[in-house]
Design a protein around this ligand. Structure first.
Ligand code: ZN
Length: 137
């Protein structure tokens, strides 16, 4: 079924917006950063995707931290205390504040990887069509 074939950008957008990568309607998180066990709409087992998101989360955190360090080298505040406060604020908002968005993208990437190359309990194997979730028709 052609409508069930995920498009990469749509799936990544769903993850960024905190929606299920499989159906795009159910919410990923129960609370701010608490992933649901499964999608309330299509019953896709979301918690299984969480296992392999550490690499993306680590790399995105390192990238944000590195960007902050580079910005600290390039910018010279007129008042050091104000500069420290701004660095603290940007670090909290940039790293912790983006956590659910980055985790949603990581879940979407893992969904796409499992769909394409997984073939496991929630992947579709060689094909592009999900096999093991959603209503059969
Ligand atoms: Zn869903």
């Amino acid at each position: 079924m052609a409508s069930r074939v995920p498009r990469i950008l749509r799936t990544l957008r769903n993850g960024f917006c905190g929606r299920c990568p499989a159906c795009g309607r159910g919410k990923l998180f129960e609370s701010w950063n608490q992933l649901r066990d499964e999608c309330v709409i299509c019953k896709f087992p979301l918690v299984n995707l969480q296992e392999n998101t550490w690499a993306f989360m680590y790399l995105s955190t390192a990238g944000l931290t590195g960007s902050l360090v580079v910005a600290m080298f390039l910018l010279t505040p007129s008042d050091v205390k104000v500069g420290r406060f701004v660095v603290f604020l940007v670090a909290i908002l940039g790293i912790a504040g983006t956590l659910p968005y980055r985790k949603g993208i990581a879940i979407a990437i893992e969904y796409l990887v499992e769909l394409r190359w997984g073939g496991g309990e929630h992947g579709g194997g060689e094909g592009d069509e999900p096999e093991s979730h959603g209503p059969r028709d």
